[in-house]
Design a protein around this ligand. Structure first.
Ligand SMILES: *[C@@H]1O[C@H](CO)[C@@H](O)[C@H](O)[C@H]1NC(C)=O
Ligand SMILES: *[C@@H]1O[C@H](CO)[C@@H](O)[C@H](O)[C@H]1NC(C)=O
Ligand SMILES: *[C@@H]1O[C@H](CO)[C@@H](O)[C@H](O)[C@H]1NC(C)=O
Length: 493
């Protein structure tokens, strides 16, 4: 190149020098004076004042003859030497901000892909360049991130990934995904039965008592009434009825006898009082039947003992028969009423007959003595009989005693009454004593009245006759001496 310019210069000088043959002291601008002759300024120089020929400064050039000045290099061109005929274009991979200086290599993180640039271009986001003089930046590869354009790509850290080219930064694995590798292009989904609380660590198996139902889910506590005893479960097992699973990480526990669990319950519950279960692992309680008692929930029903009963189901304790009732059988659903003529002092004993001379109504614990003047000759009496007229009932259990002669008794007498003075009874079993008739006397109540002797008299109910004063000496049985009237004879013989 330089030799070609010089050749052209020689040709032009030879051509023009023919015309400039005059002897001069000064030349026009663009020409210079040399030993009296004017010569045109050659390319690469300038002749500002008709005297001197000066080389173009660095950053300037001149490609013509006879120039009075040099031209600045165009932007993007440069020349570092004096006397340049042309400027050089700035090469790719470089920038030329100053026309008089050498091109500057694009530093790392920048590039230039065209000639004649005054500056380098920043790598686009996701691109990088680690060397100088780059014509272009490189795209960040998959599995890496390029946060700084002047540095090499960084492999994605565990827990992050980049599945495309040109990433500025790696993406965090989504919840439920993980990767333990560096430089991951993709995350792995957390498998079912596991959880991945940290995306940069391997999956951990669900602990007993928890489960993870599908890929990507975290471990969830087993719901109520389910359990899981091993790690890594994808589901929990249903707690069987008759068992309880209050600790979801342990095997179901048997409901003890007397307890039960059905589908509506969360734990084994004791049967309500009066109910019971046949065994362990019960799903329901059994009814305690009538006539039986269930004093504990974990034992079988027992029949009511004698003297007790229950007419209700689900009884914890049989009831003692009420006063005046009894039962002598086990398993009674009711007590018997103590009948009339009997007594029931103990609820577990059969009724006992009331003895002679006593009686009872229903529901009695003891018999009553017959009232005074009453009697009962038989056992099992519901009531006593009234002692009849003419009889005495001193012993209520004995046959009424006939009143002997000389005594009498009305209804209900305990003893016979002796006849009063002047009265008599000559029959056994007399209800009353008879008053001695007028004209008679009764000095022995067991005998019939005796007629007053002639000359004597008596009024009614007398034990003696009295002497008349003077008269009536011929008639017996006079009751009035003034008239000497004689009484009719009595019926008594
Ligand atoms: C109680 O259940 C167990 C196991 O189910 C059984 O072996 C046993 O015979 C049962 N007992 C009764 C009294 O039913
Ligand atoms: C009760 O009276 C009956 C019948 O009258 C008789 O057979 C029985 O011996 C009497 N019992 C007593 C204890 O008196
Ligand atoms: C009265 O009873 C007694 C004793 O049983 C008997 O001896 C007597 O003859 C009886 N008298 C009459 C009048 O029935």
């Amino acid at each position: 190149m330089a030799s070609a310019k010089f050749y052209l210069f020689i040709v032009l000088v030879n051509c023009l020098s023919v015309q400039l043959t005059l002897t001069a002291t000064s030349c026009s601008r663009g020409y210079f004076l040399d030993i009296g002759n004017c010569y045109p300024c050659t390319p690469g120089t300038y002749c500002p004042d008709g005297y001197r020929q000066l080389p173009c400064n660095p950053g300037d050039y001149q490609d013509s003859f006879a120039s009075s000045s040099c031209s600045s290099c165009q932007s993007g061109y440069f020349t570092t030497q004096s006397g340049s005929i042309t400027c050089d274009i700035c090469p790719v991979g470089s920038m030329c901000p100053n026309t008089d200086r050498d091109p500057i290599s694009c530093p790392s993180g920048t590039y230039q892909d065209t000639y004649g640039a005054t500056n380098c271009r920043q790598c686009s986001q996701g691109y990088y360049s680690t060397s100088s003089s780059s014509h272009q930046c490189q795209i960040c590869p998959k599995g890496s991130e390029c946060p700084r354009p002047d540095q090499s790509p960084l492999a994605c850290r565990p827990g992050t990934y980049s599945n495309d080219y040109g990433a500025y930064s790696c993406s965090q694995c989504s919840s439920g995904w993980y990767t333990t590798q560096t430089g991951a292009v993709l995350c792995n989904i957390c498998p079912e039965g596991n959880e991945c609380p940290r995306a940069d660590q391997p999956p951990t198996m669900c602990r007993p008592g928890t489960y993870s139902p599908y890929p990507g889910s975290s471990c969830i506590s087993c719901p109520t009434n389910t359990y899981a005893t091993s790690s890594g479960q994808v589901s929990c097992n249903a707690c069987p009825l008759g068992y309880e699973c209050t600790q979801s990480d342990q095997e179901p526990r048997v409901c003890a006898r007397g307890f039960y669990r059905d589908g509506s319950m969360n734990y084994c519950q004791r049967c309500s009082s009066g109910m019971w279960t046949k065994n362990t692992t019960s799903v329901r309680c059994e009814i305690c039947p009538v006539g039986f008692e269930c004093s504990t929930t974990d034992s079988s029903p027992l029949p009511c003992r004698i003297g007790t009963y229950t007419s209700s189901i689900n009884t914890a304790t049989c009831s003692r028969c009420s006063t005046g009732y009894y039962t002598v059988e086990v398993g009674s659903i009711q007590c018997e009423i103590c009948p009339r003529g009997y007594y029931c002092s103990q609820p577990d004993t059969a009724p006992l007959a009331c003895p002679n001379g006593t009686y009872s109504d229903y529901k009695q614990t003891q018999c009553s003595q017959c009232s005074s003047g009453y009697y009962s000759l038989t056992s099992k009496s519901a009531d006593c009989k009234l002692c009849p007229r003419g009889f005495a009932c001193d012993d209520p259990s004995a046959t009424p005693q006939a009143c002997p002669v000389g005594t009498s008794a009305n209804y209900g007498a305990r003893s016979c009454a002796s006849c009063s003075q002047g009265y008599y009874s000559v029959q056994n079993s007399s209800a009353t004593c008879t008053p001695c008739a007028p004209g008679y006397f009764c000095d022995d109540s067991t005998k019939c009245p005796q007629q007053c002797l002639p000359g004597s008299y008596s009024s009614a109910a007398q034990t003696n006759c009295y002497q008349c004063s003077s008269s009536c000496s011929s008639n017996p049985g006079v009751f009035d001496c003034s008239t000497c009237v004689t009484a009719k004879p009595t019926g008594c013989q």
